[in-house]
Write a protein that binds this ligand. Sequence first.
Ligand SMILES: Nc1ncnc2c1ncn2[C@@H]1O[C@H](COP(=O)(O)OP(=O)(O)OP(=O)(O)O)[C@@H](O)[C@H]1O
Length: 378
Amino acid sequence: MSLWLKLKARRQLITAFRLAGIYRKITDDRFIYPRIRNLSITESSTKITFTLPTGIDPKLLQKHFYVFEQSFGKAELSGEVKTFTLTVSKQSLPKKLTYNKEEILPELSGFEIPIVCGKGKEGWQAYDALTEPNCLISGEPGGGKSTQLRSILSTLIQTKTPDELHLFLGDLKMSEFFLFRGVKHVKSVCIYPEEIAHTLRHLEGEMRRRSELLNQYGVTHVNKLPEAVRVPAIMLCIDEFVMIMDDKEMKRILIQLASLGRALQIYCVFSLQRPSHDILDTKIRGLLTVRMGFRTTDFQNAKIIGTPGSERISKSTPGRFLIKRDELTELQAPYLTEEKAEKLLAAYKDQNWQNHSFIEKAADPIRLTEGDVFEDVN
Ligand SMILES: Nc1ncnc2c1ncn2[C@@H]1O[C@H](COP(=O)(O)OP(=O)(O)OP(=O)(O)O)[C@@H](O)[C@H]1O
């Protein structure tokens, strides 16, 4: 790497720190700037790791991030408290990434419960729910959350048999999961709060049954149970889970599922339009360790999700998001249209499929609308 390029990047960064006010003033003409710990320039990116002087508020970096982008162009920042890495990529992500199973499925080999995320500058990113059991997908309307759920579920259906994976789907917006009705893996598609309550109680019972099996056979994970009593993996997926979070009983069971699910092979994926501290309290946030932050209205929302920077995602790139696992990475989600998903899922449907949480019309279920939940709707 050319020394000149390194010096140039170093100078550029110090200037950005000065313009952004990120330094400690010792005297009128003496300032301490963040210390550059590592600088690497490759064909695809420039990465600079630095530490903040003690006493500098790390929030300043987010607040004045525009200065870094004005100076370097599109950049990403990861890290916390004191040590941060600024990554400036020379390649940009595609605006649209068509869902192509031939490209995606080979990327998932070796994963027990593969969750496809998207493609970043370093290639495809997917993770195993076996080790990272709970995920939150959040962002403002139109960012691409439902499409991402569709792609995650359709991919799981293609990689697991109906005996290996049971899906329980909650769709209070009644807009997305109808596609999955009839799929053999799917045990229930709930569209009313009572149906979700019913399903959650069923899962609570299943959780108890599985815990008793662990106890009885003296093992720590259900995948160590003898063949004869093996249980399928369970995935609970709720589109817009705010609608059930103000029901104490349902919230209690959700938290229990997310806390104890790992050893019992019960996994959760929840989506949420408008994150707030009330809905995502510390308890539930701590359990949803994988966070996908699609475009948010402001930094505050992005911070609650745990994906600072998603407030800078442009409206013109639906499907673009930041994923927070060990690191924060920008990805483009594969775009699986409803029509394509329908064709893809046809092979997995059963004509005699039954929805296990079906509630008779006579029960007169109450339909919740967003207006019931969000004060600023209507
Ligand atoms: N991965 C993607 N790539 C390209 N375009 C996408 C992608 N995902 C979504 N879109 C586009 O954005 C639109 C909105 O997507 P989607 O319904 O998934 O958003 P959402 O965040 O779930 O919104 P809402 O909260 O209102 O349901 C889609 O109709 C599609 O045109």
